[in-house]
Write a protein that binds this ligand. Sequence first.
Ligand SMILES: Nc1nc2c(c(=O)[nH]1)N[C@H]1C(S)=C(S)[C@@H](COP(=O)(O)OP(=O)(O)OC[C@H]3O[C@@H](n4cnc5c(=O)[nH]c(N)nc54)[C@H](O)[C@@H]3O)O[C@H]1N2
Ligand SMILES: Nc1nc2c(c(=O)[nH]1)N[C@H]1C(S)=C(S)[C@@H](COP(=O)(O)OP(=O)(O)OC[C@H]3O[C@@H](n4cnc5c(=O)[nH]c(N)nc54)[C@H](O)[C@@H]3O)O[C@H]1N2
Ligand code: SF4
Ligand SMILES: [Mo]
Length: 859
Amino acid sequence: MSLTKTTCPYCGVGCGVLAGADGTIQGDPDHPANFGRLCSKGSALGQTIDLEGRLLQPQIGGRNAGWDKALDLMAEKFSTAIRDHGPDSVAFYVSGQLLTEDYYVANKLMKGFIGSANIDTNSRLCMASSVAGHKRAFGTDTVPGTYADLEEADLIVLVGSNLAWCHPVLHQRIAAAKEARPNMRVVNIDPRNTATSALVDLHLRIVPDGDIALFNGLLAYLANTGALDLAYLSDHVAGQVPAITQARLDDPSESGLSQDELSRFYEMWAGTQKVVTVYSQGVNQSRCGTGKVNAILNCHLATGRIGKPGCGPFSVTGQPNAMGGREVGGMANMLANHLDIENPDHRARVQDFWQSPTICRRAGLKAVELFEACAAGKIKALWVMSTNPAVSMPDADGVANAISNVPFVVVSDIMARTDTGDLADVLLPATGWGEKDGTVTNSERRISRQRAFLSAPEQARPDWQIICDVADRMGWKNAFDFASPAEIFAEYVALSMATMDFGRDLDLSIFADADYANLIPTQWPCNDKRFFGSGRFYHPDGKARMLPVSAPELGAGDTFILNTGRNRDQWHTMTRSGKAPRLGAHLAEPYGEIHPEDAAHIGITAGDLIELSSPNGTSTVRALITERTAKRQLFAPMHWTRQQSSAGWVNNLATSVVDPASGQPASKSNQVTARKFDAKWFGYAVSLHPIRPDGDYSAVARTLTGWQGEFAGLQAPSNWEELARGLMDTGSCSASEVYDQRSQQARIAFHLDERLIGLFFASPTPVSLSRNHVVSLIGTSTPPLLALAGYSGTDQPDPGTTICACLNVGVNTLRDAIAAGADSVETLGAATCAGTNCGSCKPELAHLLAQMRTPMAAE
Ligand SMILES: Nc1nc2c(c(=O)[nH]1)N[C@H]1C(S)=C(S)[C@@H](COP(=O)(O)OP(=O)(O)OC[C@H]3O[C@@H](n4cnc5c(=O)[nH]c(N)nc54)[C@H](O)[C@@H]3O)O[C@H]1N2
Ligand SMILES: Nc1nc2c(c(=O)[nH]1)N[C@H]1C(S)=C(S)[C@@H](COP(=O)(O)OP(=O)(O)OC[C@H]3O[C@@H](n4cnc5c(=O)[nH]c(N)nc54)[C@H](O)[C@@H]3O)O[C@H]1N2
Ligand code: SF4
Ligand SMILES: [Mo]
């Protein structure tokens, strides 16, 4: 069958994919982001494109309604709110997962036609500090780096980035380059010891938010040791004196690192010309995120290590189109196409180009402020597109309440049930990846096409079309009369060209005559131009700015610092990745990493649950006792929602502390207390049918044969069968129950016509059995007693927890192979196949090898 060239819808690496309607997924060997590679999430895309769980009809008040009704109602509600309460009484909250064309028209509608700038995006939670830092230093939000720079660098410094899990294909490219050039060094700056540490020469385990002290210390060191590029500074940079003076005031040991570690890092940095500093959410998501960005940029500017091959600062974007959203100006404090709201000439030009009745005059509400305005009753109509703020915003439960407080809420999504969709008055079915056409821009400014290879299911429509339909009904037909995303792209390119005399960086002229249908992945401004290569920046005097930044006071309290982030195989709120059984196998439950000493201190042992509390709320997660997390710190993934768990979403613990310059929430450092969740019983269920995430603690996930669920409760029920039937859709199944008085363990098997439909196990201690084994029994004709054993016989070894998701290789299989002599990632791959498909698990294979070679390090 013929395969369509498209782009992966997950991370900002922006890998090219060859996709077929039958679910075939291959890496595109011609795409310059990945040259054929894909990670575990990309490889499993075929398992996410079925229609299970999809929203396929517009709904009003939970009932199917036609498009006309839904769109008329929206136009009426938005128009009435604007008429009665002014343009600032309405808001859009959008996403870096919209395509550029969707984003462009959403921004045009709000800023040029409604006349408000109340359109903010989940990029506020993601890239806002980088945007603010870039603008302060460069005069524009320019990301100068390219992927080739990473391969050419002699030193790569990763700051607050778990590249191995979050940008896996870039990580693989760096690993390959390092293998080819063993002199290349990689340093990782992260309070946690992550999978990324397996690659690096030096892991600097700083204290949370110790980054400014560290980089100010570096700047002072560069100044003190004569390592500044004085000619570059005098020609191209302003502000160095106050920046260096301020840096010298900071004490680098506040970073938590030893003198020896600091010296090693500073010497390495000062002694290497080709340095790339890659940074991500450990930098951005902080109350001093913009300061961290400028502390890093200062060091690159001070040494002229920018604008040249193999060096420079490189903020890697998270979402597939975070960069495209920044380009079209889809945030509340930007205009369009990298122009400024505050600049009257920019405003006049954009208004003239759009022929619009009005134009916003001042910045709109940033995400946290926007939901605060919802809570305060100031927003009368809200439209959320392609994001799930009731989970991903700090104070998630408060945000859910704020959304409920808005009189009219519209949510455009591809899924019928999401935590945010559940709060909507109107739900609009968008076409999803594979069904829609448009463009995305990746971390290195490369614009690639997403192309449809599936037809739109039932009533689903592309986001750009839904937005234009609403604009049309609000009276602005001419300005939104686009017949295709190609026409929108052409207007976006034309706007950038019509504003080029302002001398901004967004030069899209290379796309002026683009053949949209056959567009090949292309970098702006043009494929071979290097930003800042001539030493010219975008401030009026052409010079970059170094900024004085100071390290924050790092308060020590008796609470834990809760760090949050991502798992290798899940994507954000799991609406898509959660559908793939292959991906659910990696880490199937919300968990909290806790240091062994802290665990002992609060009385937690393996398998226990921990209850985390903050002034905002509580959350319960499985304890993962490990030295990967430092003492008095915890780490929990952001992925779990109310759809899969009853207590495992962590953002309700987060208070809405933001960086004052960017408005970005400090998602990595929430103050929480932790104690043992005093469960009276633990349960585990596997089922052919969906399992309900009810009870005091629960987490459900897809498996290859159906669903599985982990449970726990504060009070044991009087009837286990009743409880199990309530959780699982057992219909008229017969139940076979075994109850062991002595151990108080209950085991129930549900059969229908001799077919095993479900199994339920309960115990006063964490349920111990072979989960892989019982999952494999579902749907078979295994008789009750055999099924209830919970373990396989010796003739069928238990593979253990899945490490390689692509080829389903478990930890026990790997341990056996290592014991039998496998001594490298390659020989382990040859023996078990693990890591031989996408390679995303290679860091974990390396970790396991290291662990088994040095048993003391065992977790
Ligand atoms: N598998 C997967 N990949 C993804 C995503 C996903 O959901 N799943 N999402 C994508 C998106 S949108 C984004 S934004 C990126 C995010 O990509 P990353 O930023 O790499 O991922 P995170 O896990 O959020 O955080 C990175 C690291 O910051 C560290 N950190 C915490 N506090 C500090 C600190 O004070 N200083 C320093 N130096 N480090 C700190 C954390 O311990 C963590 O290991 O990933 C993208 N890729
Ligand atoms: N604690 C904590 N919180 C965080 C973070 C963290 O590190 N820690 N990271 C933050 C970051 S960096 C990010 S980017 C956010 C991400 O957070 P969100 O954006 O809220 O998470 P997603 O699950 O990606 O939400 C995307 C939604 O869009 C839907 N969707 C998918 N495709 C389409 C489409 O084509 N059209 C439409 N209309 N809908 C679609 C999906 O089903 C899903 O409901 O989370 C932030 N929140
Ligand atoms: S690294 Fe993985 S998630 Fe990111 S774009 Fe490539 S295949 Fe997709
Ligand atoms: Mo993100």
